[in-house]
Design a protein around this ligand. Structure first.
Ligand code: FAD
Length: 354
C-alpha cells in the first residue's frame, strides 16, 4: 500500500516537472494554486493543479500538443461563464484562453479574432463599423472560443451562422477548418472533446451602425428585463427540450421552484432557468444538488429529461475517470450530460426563454 502511495507521488512529481519544462520551453505562463471559484462566473469550484495561459495561437497549439505527447490531460477554459466545476482538486491542466486575445482584425466584411477575445467586445467593435450578424450575441458574457465551442446564440443569432473559418490546434499547428464543415447545432457543435479552438474568421454583412446599435440596445433591454442582473450565474442551466413550445425556465417556474435554495445556490426569482450562487460558502455541490432536484421533478411531473446547457467539470482527469471519487453525485450528473450531449437535436429551437 505504502509502495503504491510512493509510486503515485513520484509520478505526480514527474508530471509536474514535465509541465514546468513544457511551459518554460514554450515561454508560457504556468501557475499553481488558482481556483475555479475565481475563474468561473458561478464563483464556485475547487483548486486547479496547473493553469497555463498561452498568448498566441501558435503557442496555444504547441502547448496542447506537448501536453498530449507527455500524456498529460488538459481542458480549455475561456471566461468560465458556462462551467460548473466541482469542489475537489482538479488534477488536469487548465489551458486558459483569456490571454489569447490580441486585436480583432477587420478586412471589409470579415473579422478575424483569436479565441480569447471577448464576444461582447467583438459585437460592439463590429456594430460600430457597420457590420451586422452578431448584434444579438452582445450580451453573452464569454470569449469567442467559448461561443464557438457550443454555438452560443441569442435573439435569433448564433455564432455558427456567420463563421467562415475556425482555427483549430492539430498536431501542434494552427489548422483552418471551414465553418461549413462544422455541424452547428443548438448549443452544441461537432468539435471533438479535446480539440482546442484558437480563433475564427467571421463573415458579417454591412448595415447602418445606428440600426445595429438600436438592435443591440433592444436585446440588452430584453435581457435586463428577463434575467438576473449582476448575479453569479452561468446563464441558462438547462437547454430547452427539443420541439417543446414551453421553455425550460417557464416549466421550472410553473412548478413553483423560483427562489428554491440548497446551501449557497438558489433558483433565480427573475428567471427560473438561472441557478445563482451567493456568499463565500457557496459550493458547486449546492448548485448541482439543486439542478438535479429540478431535473428529477421535471422528469417526474412532465416526463421530460432535461439536458444540461452548463458544462459540469469533474475533478478527476480523464485518465482517472474510473477511480473512486467522493464527488460521485457530480460524476453521475456529468456522465448523464455526456450521454445527452451526443444526442442533441439538429433542429432544436433557439431559447424561447430569451
Ligand atoms: C448571465 C449569462 C447569460 C448568458 N446568456 C447566454 C445566451 O444568451 N446564449 C448562450 O449561448 N449562452 C449564454 N450564456 C452562457 C455562456 O456565456 C456562453 O456559453 C459562452 O459562450 C461561454 O464562453 P466562455 O468563454 O465563458 O466559455 P467557458 O465557460 O470558459 O467554456 C465553456 C465550454 O467551452 C469550452 N471552450 C472554451 N473555450 C474553448 C476553446 N478556445 N477551445 C475549445 N473549447 C473551449 C470549454 O472547455 C467548456 O467546455 C450566458 C452566461 C451568463 C453568465
Amino acid at each position: 500500500m505504502l509502495v503504491d502511495e510512493v509510486k503515485k507521488e513520484l509520478s505526480w512529481q514527474a508530471r509536474d516537472a514535465a509541465i514546468e519544462e513544457i511551459a518554460a520551453r514554450l515561454g508560457v505562463r504556468a501557475e499553481r494554486g488558482r481556483r475555479f471559484a475565481e475563474l468561473t462566473s458561478l464563483r464556485v469550484g475547487g483548486a486547479i493543479d496547473w493553469l497555463i495561459s498561452p498568448v498566441t495561437e501558435e503557442q496555444a497549439a504547441a502547448v496542447v500538443y506537448e501536453l498530449e505527447q507527455a500524456d498529460i490531460a488538459w481542458r480549455a477554459l475561456g471566461s468560465g461563464s458556462n462551467v460548473l466545476a466541482d469542489d475537489a482538486v482538479h488534477h488536469y491542466v487548465v489551458v486558459s484562453l483569456k490571454e489569447l486575445k490580441g486585436e480583432a482584425r477587420f478586412d471589409g466584411e470579415r473579422v478575424s479574432v483569436s479565441a480569447g477575445y471577448s464576444l461582447p467586445r467583438l459585437c460592439i467593435d463590429a456594430g460600430r463599423r457597420g457590420l451586422a450578424g452578431i448584434e444579438g450575441l452582445g450580451g453573452i458574457p464569454g470569449t469567442v472560443g467559448g461561443a464557438l465551442w457550443m454555438n452560443a446564440g441569442a435573439y435569433g443569432h448564433e455564432i455558427g451562422n456567420v463563421t467562415e473559418i475556425v482555427r483549430v490546434a492539430r498536431g501542434g499547428r494552427v489548422v483552418e477548418v471551414p465553418g461549413s464543415e462544422v455541424k452547428w447545432d443548438y448549443r452544441h457543435t461537432s468539435f471533438r472533446e479535446g480539440e482546442l479552438l484558437l480563433g475564427a474568421t467571421l463573415l458579417l454583412r454591412p448595415d447602418d451602425p445606428e440600426k445595429i446599435g438600436a438592435r443591440m440596445l433592444e436585446a440588452k433591454n430584453k435581457r435586463l428585463a428577463t434575467q438576473p442582473h449582476g448575479a453569479r450565474s452561468a446563464g441558462c442551466f438547462f437547454k430547452n427540450p427539443p420541439g417543446s413550445e414551453v421553455g425550460t425556465g417557464k416549466m421550472i417556474d410553473e412548478m413553483g421552484m423560483k427562489g428554491e435554495r440548497r446551501g449557497g445556490a438558489s433558483v433565480s426569482p427573475v428567471h427560473a432557468n438561472f441557478i445563482v450562487t451567493e456568499g463565500e460558502d457557496a459550493k458547486a455541490s449546492d448548485a448541482l444538488a439543486l439542478a438535479e432536484e429540478i431535473r428529477e421533478r421535471i422528469k417526474r411531473e412532465k416526463g421530460i429529461e432535461l439536458e444540461y446547457e452548463v458544462e459540469l467539470w469533474r475533478a478527476e482527469s480523464p485518465e482517472e475517470k474510473s477511480s473512486e471519487s467522493s464527488e460521485s453525485d457530480i460524476r453521475q450528473a456529468a456522465e448523464a450530460q455526456d450521454k445527452q450531449g451526443s444526442s442533441d437535436s439538429l433542429d432544436s429551437p433557439d431559447s424561447p426563454d430569451l
